[in-house]
Write a protein that binds this ligand. Sequence first.
Ligand SMILES: Cc1ncc(COP(=O)(O)O)c(C=O)c1O
Length: 400
Amino acid sequence: MSCAAELQEAPKTLTSFEDKTPGLLSGRLAQTPDGQINRDETMTIRTTDGRGQRFDSILDTVGNTPTIRINRIAPPNVEVYAKFEAFNPAGSVKDRLALNIIEAAEREGRLQPGQTVVEATSGNTGIGLAMVCAAKGYPLVVTMADSFSVERRKLMRFLGAKVVLTPRALKGFGMYTKAKELAEENGWFLASQFETPDNADIHEATTAREILADFEGKALDYWITGYGTGGTVSGVSRVLRQERPETKIILSEPANAAILGSGYINTRNEQHQPTESHPAFEPHPIQGWTPDFIPWVLQEAVDKGNYDELIPVTGADGITWSRRLAAEEGIFTGVSGGSTFAIAMQLAETAPEGAVMLVMLPDTGERYLSTPLFEGVPEEMTEEEEAISLSTPSAQMPAE
Ligand SMILES: Cc1ncc(COP(=O)(O)O)c(C=O)c1O
């Protein structure tokens, strides 16, 4: 039976859970095509079983993020899932790379006990590194352009890191040069998220394995991601190309900073570090995506032809879909998650009937309170809210 036929015949599910876990949801509310609600009399309170383990450290909780069905905002011709990386302990996909950069350096004797770690980061990597360094007892210095959201700086400082700001006019390249210089002058350990093999390796070892496990015995027609360092796409694509060659890998970048789409590869030095700002780069609103150079970690996916399509997206579209994910699905992710989801919705317009898609949602929307994502969200009551307040006599706000 085709997916569309199934949708017409079966009642529309109002919850996102299938009855796979006994006790988790023993019944479902369902809506018939004529709008009637069928109440399942066997429905009981949800119960949980715990994980049956005690974690030795916060670091052991990194990864194994959930794959979640999109129920209300995806069109009926496709089946869309999101891998929600906000479930990592410091709230983003970067916890994975932060942990492996530190542990690989420990394993290989490149990082000494108590040595200071330094990195240029627009936020999520810094927050992940701050969490890892706090748990393991390394001092951390982060360099960051002053254009990034204030809550990111504060979060890193709260997690014990020092944040050194760099002028926004010098873009990503400025913060990067500063981190390198500080490492060289002080003998600090440079995390090098844009060049280190420890980045894509952890996505090969964790993110990709989780995707395989979650889609075992099930179609996966599209896997959709953006890139920052390229660790996610380079690492996951190594595995998908081997194990799920039928899955189309879709990469996205900001429409006004389409540096891969431009075809120009920036120059690099012997350590694979960029030696120039990419000429096709412009500041864009999708924080965490596309720095002003093509990272060496990303170059692997380009050279291996490990993505099938490169689709640009505007920040405005990303913001729209991030807002819809929050307000209509209860999934609170940042602009980059909304942007990746926008690509899925675009692909859905021409995708084969019943196509299954998995979208990466890299972080939590809470990281964007002071950014354009929250523009227009009022602090004071709206007219509608005031009308609700006035509709009953108690506890009304005094008139202004
Ligand atoms: C906020 C954010 N963090 C991280 C990533 C993933 O980046 P990377 O390519 O470094 O794995 C993305 C990309 O989608 C992102 O938007």
